[in-house]
Write a protein that binds this ligand. Structure first.
Ligand code: HAM
Length: 438
């Protein structure tokens, strides 16, 4: 028997009814990020492996364990992008954009990491990211954070907390690393081989280890916040003052180091923390991560250009929206049930005319019993339902049923003349988008 063909583990097919939520999130992102002055960048899915090794860092989980790396037919080592900050920086340098004082980009697309799977953690997942190159000023950090915060609000995500930290400047690191090494050194003999290797090659990465046994030790380690130089300290103070000014709540999280090597100064994450304390996402509750990376453009061969950015996990946002019962506002506004013969053709023409006017109207080409068509209308969550029968056709008046109201409600059914139908629906759609906006 031939083997059953299924999707690759950790990679999902996305379809209705979730896809409408995806589209809602993506549509809102494109509109909002554009309004905030970020233009879209689309980079290839596949890049030179060296790009990620040199940016994300050789001794990170992403590079050492999680990359989909392969050799192409020309013998080049290529990697399916595990993240998009490095590809964006590569593009920024390659196209000589360092000449510009300010470049702001956003991106939306699939990323690939060979991770241990669970709810909200996949091997192909989608990120929505925003990067700003140029300004070193704290207001750029805060603008970037404010964009993430406003976006989460705009799509109706609740109970996320902004965690904030500063990793200081490169010049602040040696003193900190020395303290960190001194702290871990007496315990190295008890470490796993992998942890020992991390200790030797990139001690800071022990701080975001996934090894449970190391957690208590890591919890007591010196924190970078105690080693910030004056410039990084002043910058961090200003970031906090500006967030307060913008009334964006945050918590200081001195242990937030992020799992990628390129960060300097501000780092942040938005974490889902419901009041009940029990998150359905568990450790996959981080819906957004980002920070400053002032040296990366230069390290990858470009000019000195400070930069800051974030990326959100769209899979996680959609899971949260689903759990909140959010309905994508793309439900059909009207479902038209049709009769047989010429009446069906009239109804079909009506549906098409309304669709041409940009109204979300649906029908079932199979026709059949009205009861079955009504079931179909419920299945696609239509807001209104109408039967286009002989009497409706002759009187040119439709009796429209509001599917969202209980049967006893006197407003459940209204008569609308055919000629007024399009403006009536337009009005109804406006009422819908106000009442259903999360
Ligand atoms: P990251 O923290 O590795 O940062 O990923 C950002 C977000 O992507 C995470 O907070 C999470 O929501 C989502 N994510 C990561 N891995 C998975 C996965 N396996 N399944 C589902 N969602 C996932 C970065 O990637 C940086 N490039 C962010 C950044 C942009 N920093 C500066 N600019």
């Amino acid at each position: 028997m031939s083997q059953k063909l299924v999707a690759v583990k950790g990679m999902n097919d996305l379809m209705s009814p979730q896809i409408e939520l995806w589209q809602f999130v993506e549509r809102t992102a494109r509109e909002m990020f554009g309004t905030w002055g970020y233009s879209e960048i689309r980079t290839p899915i596949v890049e030179d492996t060296a790009l990620f090794v040199r940016s994300v860092g050789e001794v990170t989980d992403i590079v050492s364990k999680e990359m989909y790396t392969f050799e192409d037919k020309g013998g080049r080592s290529l990697t399916m992008r595990p993240e998009n900050t490095a590809p964006a920086v590569r593009a920024y340098i390659e196209h000589g954009l360092g000449q510009q004082p300010l470049t702001r980009w956003y991106y939306l697309g699939p990323m690939f990491r060979y991770e241990r799977m669970k709810t909200g953690r996949y091997r192909q997942f989608y990120q929505l990211g925003a990067e700003a190159y140029g300004p070193a000023d704290a207001s750029q950090d805060v603008e970037n954070i404010a964009l993430a915060w406003s976006f989460l609000k705009a799509i109706g995500i609740q109970h996320v907390t902004l965690h904030l930290n500063s990793l200081g400047d490169a010049a602040d690191r040696p003193r900190y690393l020395e303290a960190l090494k001194a702290y871990f050194a007496p315990h190295v003999a008890t470490f796993s081989e992998a942890a020992r290797d991390t200790f030797e090659r990139n001690t800071m990465r022990l701080l975001d280890t996934k090894e449970e046994a190391l957690r208590p030790l890591v919890a007591g380690a010196p924190v970078i916040g105690d080693f910030l130089g004056d410039a990084a300290r002043a910058h961090f103070d200003e970031v906090q003052a500006l967030l307060t000014k913008l009334e964006i709540p945050f918590v200081l999280d001195r242990s937030l180091v992020r799992g990628l090597d390129y960060y300097t100064r501000t780092t942040f994450e938005f974490i889902y923390e419901p009041p009940s304390g029990e998150s359905t996402l568990g450790t996959a509750g981080t819906v957004c991560g980002g920070g400053r990376y002032d040296n990366l453009v230069h390290e990858l061969g470009g000019p000195e250009k400070p930069a800051v950015g974030f990326a959100m996990g769209l899979d996680r946002l959609v899971l949260l929206l689903e759990a909140l019962g959010t309905q994508a506002p793309l439900r059909p506004l009207l479902f038209v049930a049709t009769m047989e013969g010429e009446l069906k053709a009239h109804a079909f023409k009506l549906v098409t005319d309304l669709r041409l006017k940009g109204l979300a109207v649906d029908f079932d080409p199979r026709g059949g019993k009205i009861k079955r068509q009504a079931e179909r209308a419920s299945a696609v969550k239509a807001r209104h339902f109408v039967v286009y029968g002989q009497s409706e056709h002759e009187a040119k008046v439709l009796k429209i049923k509001n599917m969202d109201l209980p049967d006893a409600d006197p407003n459940k059914e209204v008569s609308v003349p055919l000629d007024d139908l399009a403006p009536w629906l337009l009005n109804a759609s406006k009422a819908v988008s106000v009442s259903s906006s999360p």
